[in-house]
Design a protein around this ligand. Structure first.
Ligand SMILES: Cc1cc2nc3c(=O)[nH]c(=O)nc-3n(C[C@H](O)[C@H](O)[C@H](O)COP(=O)(O)O)c2cc1C
Length: 255
């Protein structure tokens, strides 16, 4: 069997889980290729008999860059898929949402894996939450998950009564927050990203690395509505030219 793992990762947590699952698949005799989402081409999907998609949780759901990518997947008919996520403690309905989105493209999720990942969201910059995660034990579990996948795919193909994963719907406050954190509301809630022109050297690091291509240099970085509020530009700017003021939001949320 040929498997393809596609992952999106900004601080390496999901990438490490992807690599561990890949090792597990290989150990079980499955030929596995692991690629970053930015390098995943549609024809790779067509060649694979099992497709895995991994993502961090951003704003209580899959990041827009992953959602848009799943929406563009070549249509399949009942192709076996698996999903995996890393998160800082509140994944809400991410796996459920991914299952639905993949289902629309004809992919059947046979199994999922979840791990905690240290959370570098800038609002918590003083103390990275879940520091050190995913831990060695979680990566071992990820590898074991990979090893079991081929058996799961076999059952999915052969057993008419194969039961697909059911993800319980998470409602309540975090669901409400997940609904708030999208589209035009993001602009109202979260601090605006603006480069300080006195500090910015116009090196273009932010533009080159922006996952949604939301940054143009004119001549200083300008961020348009494609922004998914991941604050990667702020984190990677070599001269820390992006200044965001989190104090008002911290006060509101009592953090
Ligand atoms: C912009 C942003 C938003 C996040 N939102 C959430 C969230 O809503 N719920 C959660 O549990 N973790 C959240 N996190 C934490 C990430 O899901 C977690 O750190 C993840 O492991 C990062 O994966 P990566 O290292 O592969 O990028 C957020 C992190 C960032 C940077």
């Amino acid at each position: 069997m040929k498997a393809l793992i596609v992952y999106f990762s900004q601080t390496g947590n999901t990438e490490r889980v992807a690599a561990a699952i890949g090792r597990g698949l290989e150990a079980a005799g499955v030929a596995c290729r692991t690629v970053a989402l930015a390098d995943a081409r549609p024809e790779m999907m067509a060649e694979a008999e099992l497709v895995g998609i991994g993502t961090p949780v951003f704003y209580y759901k899959e990041p827009t860059v992953v959602r848009d990518w799943m929406a563009r997947l070549p249509a399949a008919r009942g192709k076996a898929a698996f999903t995996f996520i890393t998160h800082g403690g509140n994944p809400v309905n991410t796996l459920r949402r991914m299952q639905k989105q993949l289902g629309r493209r004809g992919y059947t999720v046979v199994k999922s894996f979840t791990a905690l990942g240290y959370d570098s969201y800038p609002m918590y910059f003083k103390s990275f939450r879940e520091w050190g995660r995913p831990e060695a034990d979680e990566l071992r579990l990820a590898a074991e998950f990979g090893e079991r996948l081929s058996g799961e795919v076999g059952r999915f193909r052969e057993d008419r009564n194969f039961s697909r994963p059911r993800y319980q719907f998470v409602g309540g406050a975090y669901f409400f927050r997940s609904m708030l954190c999208q589209g035009g509301m993001m602009k109202r809630i979260f601090p605006r990203l603006e480069a300080d022109e006195k500090l910015c050297t116009r090196c273009g690091t932010c533009r080159k690395n922006c996952p949604t291509g939301a940054i143009t240099m004119g001549p200083y970085p300008r961020i348009d509505d494609k922004c998914m509020w991941c604050y990667l530009c702020e984190r990677i700017c070599p001269v820390q030219a992006f200044r965001t003021d989190w104090e008002p939001l911290r006060k509101k949320l009592k953090i």
